[in-house]
Design a protein around this ligand. Structure first.
Ligand code: ATP
Ligand code: ZN
Ligand code: MG
Length: 494
């Protein structure tokens, strides 16, 4: 897309200057303004007019030097030149900033810095409402990026995300053809919790979950040298800003708010209302809580990175290998909530490894090999592996494959006979420098630092396993039964 930038501004000064002084300044400005810009590009017109204690300015430019960048250059040049004459710069007012694109767009933008956006005759004009601070913060650039991103998302919208089969297991004998969730409800193994997309897991299925964990730890994490940590489960905006999730996860967040005060008197009317009506005065509560401070765990690893934030690490501690299984993850899923395979509250082991690019890529391979062994020997699953759009690209509306082929996500999908369809039950991701960069973590040698993560969804493992093998332990692989021994029968109902 081609752009034309037209900016009018007034620079305030600490004292008056004469028009002829300004004429003397025109040459250094014109000489220096297009520095580093290809010949004939950049700023095509600059007009400066002295106006008492200010300079009226008009800039016309193309995308090789956006007018707002030109303005910052002019500010620098003028402050040097006027400094010699003992006049200082006192700030800039943007009078009008219009960007014209040579394309009609049907994207909608709702940001406070846009006064007007109009498409007609193959052109789009954008009137920005920005000041000096917004220009320093590069807001005009981000607005243009956002437009490009929305345009791309529209173009790719109908095409599905990248998906490429990279491994397929042998076909397996299915021992069952039912929906495991239905069967577990009948057997009182699970009961729907009182919240949306939430289950209470009874002793039998819990034992199966814990056995999965035991196998993963014994067969995979211990031999590879992983150490357990406990990651926070309440995640702040700052973490999601750094991890990139702040760009897109709003429709799926379980938001968390704190009380405006913990003074019981402030809450007395809520308590009284409840005592008298036995109803929760939700509207009244809304008035007494702060806006959300963040939300419950969505992806599991982002809040871990605060542990390393801003630190430099010696090269010889790499690779670092850790995991967390200390709590739930929460997502507000769409209508698609189904059984135990798509829930709002789920349980996951999250594995994180950090090191040089070579170490991180190699570790991802080792994990994939380990998983394959577990799925063959302990679970006897029919599954496949696919290279998919990495999460951070999917959430940023990008659909092309990453320029670095080794950065990306492998989804593991298990077959559900009762649905005659596949279900993603875990993933292995090489995230490149995404997290170290976002959380400012560096290596002493200044070499590239990368990381990877892998999320094992216990509900999803159980959904796939039970859908293929059913509920008769005689049909289960021997190695699994040896680990699980027996399923505890605790409750009986009348
Ligand atoms: P889906 O496409 O099925 O929604 P996703 O791409 O959102 O999955 P990821 O963000 O890659 O999933 O999460 C990693 C893992 O977390 C998944 O492989 C799965 O095991 C688990 N997981 C994610 N969402 C849910 C959910 N709603 N219920 C149960 N497990 C989930
Ligand atoms: Zn992760
Ligand atoms: Mg999802």
């Amino acid at each position: 897309m081609n752009y034309e930038f037209h900016l009018k501004a007034r620079i305030r000064l600490s004292g008056e200057i004469e028009d002829e002084v300004l004429r003397e300044l025109e040459d250094p400005v014109k000489e220096r303004i297009n520095k580093g810009v290809p010949e004939g590009r950049g700023v095509s017109k600059i007009e400066m007019r002295a106006d008492g204690t200010g300079i009226e300015l008009e800039i016309l430019s193309d995308r090789y030097l956006r007018a707002h960048d030109a303005l910052l250059r002019i500010r620098k040049i003028l402050s040097q030149e006027l400094g010699k004459r003992r006049v200082g710069l006192r700030g800039i007012e943007i009078r009008d900033y219009t960007i014209t694109m040579d394309e009609s767009l049907n994207v909608r933008l709702k940001v406070p810095f846009i006064k007007e956006m109009r498409s007609a005759n193959g052109k789009t004009t954008l009137k920005l409402d920005v000041g000096e601070t917004e220009i320093e913060k590069r807001i005009p650039d981000r607005i243009l990026n956002l437009i490009e991103e929305k345009k791309r998302a529209k173009e790719y919208g109908s095409k599905s995300e990248h998906w490429e089969l990279v491994f397929e297991s042998k076909k397996k004998d299915f021992k069952y053809n039912g929906d495991p969730t239905e069967e577990m409800i009948k057997r009182h193994w699970i009961k729907h919790g009182s919240c949306r997309g939430q289950w209470i897991y009874g002793p039998q299925i819990t034992k199966l979950f814990r056995t999965f964990e035991k196998i993963v730890i014994k067969e995979l994490l211990e031999p590879l040298g992983y150490h357990e940590m406990i990651f926070p489960k309440l995640v702040s905006w700052d973490v999601w800003k750094r991890s990139g999730h702040a760009k897109a996860i709003y429709p799926e967040i379980y938001y968390v708010c704190t009380p405006k005060t913990r003074d019981p008197e402030f809450w007395e009317d809520v308590m009284d209302y409840y005592k008298v009506t036995h109803e929760i005065p939700v509207e009244l509560i809304k008035e007494k809580i702060e806006g959300p401070i963040g939300g419950m765990t969505y992806a599991q690893c982002p809040p871990f990175w605060v542990f390393l934030q801003g630190r430099t690490l010696p090269d010889d501690v790499m690779p670092i290998k850790i995991f967390d299984r200390s709590g739930t993850s929460h997502r507000y899923e769409s209508g698609g909530i189904h059984g135990i395979e798509r829930v709002d509250e789920f349980h996951r082991i999250e594995i994180v490894w950090i090191g040089t690019p070579e170490q991180v890529i190699e570790e991802a391979e080792k994990l994939r090999e380990g998983y394959r062994r577990i799925f063959e020997e302990y679970l006897d699953l029919q599954w496949r592996e696919a290279r998919v759009t990495p999460w951070f690209m999917a959430q940023e509306g990008l659909t092309e494959t990453h320029e670095n082929k080794s950065v990306g996500t492998i989804d593991f999908e298990g077959y559900l006979p009762y649905k005659q369809n596949w279900l993603e039950f875990q993933n292995v991701s090489v995230n490149g420098d995404k997290y170290p960069k976002g959380f400012s973590v560096k290596l002493q040698s200044k070499k590239d630092l990368w990381s990877g993560c892998s999320g094992i969804g216990l509900e999803r493992w159980a959904a796939v396993f039970l859908a293929q093998k059913g509920f008769n332990l005689d049909d289960w692989p021997e190695k699994l039964v040896k680990e699980i021994r027996e399923l505890p029968e605790v409750f009986r109902f009348l």
